[in-house]
Each structure stands twice: as structure tokens, then as C-alpha cells.
Design a protein around this ligand. Structure first.
Ligand code: CMP
Length: 144
């Protein structure tokens, strides 16, 4: 749960996230009510492959690498999200996610994420589109 000042900060930060661009102030407030904010040091593991998934992450500042063992699957930065896969299919985390600079994330609980998906078809569509983009990227990497 966020303090009042952190909640204000999150409400002001969320419109910078393309995923939430279609949300009005009231809906953003609802999201912020169930959000958390966490900062990770460069090199810190934010998620580990095989772990049980509890949260969805929006990157507010910094960069992360998505890794399987030594292999880097993707680099994600400000305004992007991760942690959706394990919440969507209720499986363990598919990969490690490591901060490659000091990184601040807004975290949504799995049930808050489910509520956002259920209540906002526009957002669900953006998430699906991003999943397809990542799949295409991965296909391209495999073909190289
Ligand atoms: P999840 O499986 O919950 O935790 C690890 C996250 O890394 C995953 O959700 C995605 O958000 C992200 N991820 C996994 N594989 C890829 C990939 N190939 N390209 C981009 N992001 C990925």
C-alpha cells in the first residue's frame, strides 16, 4: 500500500506509461489505490524464472534485461511493462528479469492486474499487441 504522497506520485506517473494512456483520472486513481512502488539497484533480480508470480511491473525509470540463463531475450525500459505472462497463464515466471541500472517500478498485484484487464478492453488490446511484438522479436532472433 502506498503513502498519500507516493500515491500522488504514481497517479502523476501512470499517464506517462503508454499502456495506460487511454485511462481517465478516476480509473487511474483506482489503479493507484492498489499499486506499490519499488526501486531496484543495478544488478538486482526483480523476478526469477520459476518463481510464483504475485505482481505486474511498469517501469517508471531505468532499464531491465529479460534473461534465460545467460541469454538475453529482451531489454525493456521506461514506460514498458513485464511480468504479465505468469499472471495471464497462472504459470511460474518464464524468465529472470534483472535491473541493468537503478530501476523504479510501479507494481500491481495479480488481482489488480486482472481487474485492469477485465475493465479496460483498450488496455487488454495493448497488452496483446505487445505480446505479439515480443513474439515476433523472439522469432527474428531465433532465425538469425
Ligand atoms: P513473466 O513470465 O511473468 O516473468 C518474466 C517476464 O519477462 C515475462 O512475464 C515477460 O514480461 C518477460 N518476457 C519473457 N519472455 C520474453 C521475451 N521473449 N521478450 C520480451 N519479454 C519477455
Amino acid at each position: 500500500m502506498l503513502s498519500d504522497s507516493d500515491k500522488k506520485l504514481v497517479v502523476s506517473m501512470l499517464p506517462q506509461v503508454p499502456l495506460f494512456a487511454s485511462m481517465d483520472k478516476k480509473a487511474l486513481n483506482t489503479v493507484a489505490n492498489s499499486a506499490g512502488k519499488k526501486t531496484y539497484k543495478s544488478g538486482e533480480a526483480i523476478a526469477k524464472e520459476g518463481d510464483k508470480a504475485l505482481s505486474f511491473f511498469l517501469i517508471m525509470e531505468g532499464n531491465v534485461e529479460v534473461r534465460r540463463g545467460k541469454r538475453v531475450l529482451a531489454t525493456l525500459g521506461k514506460g514498458q511493462f513485464f511480468g504479465e505472462m505468469a499472471l495471464l497463464d497462472e504459470q511460474p515466471r518464464s524468465a529472470d528479469v534483472i535491473a541493468t541500472s537503478d530501476t523504479t517500478c510501479v507494481l500491481l498485484t495479480s488481482w489488480a492486474f486482472a481487474g485492469v484487464m477485465a475493465g479496460n478492453p483498450d488496455i487488454s488490446k495493448v497488452i496483446i499487441k505487445e505480446l505479439v511484438r515480443r513474439l515476433r522479436e523472439t522469432d527474428k532472433t531465433l532465425a538469425e
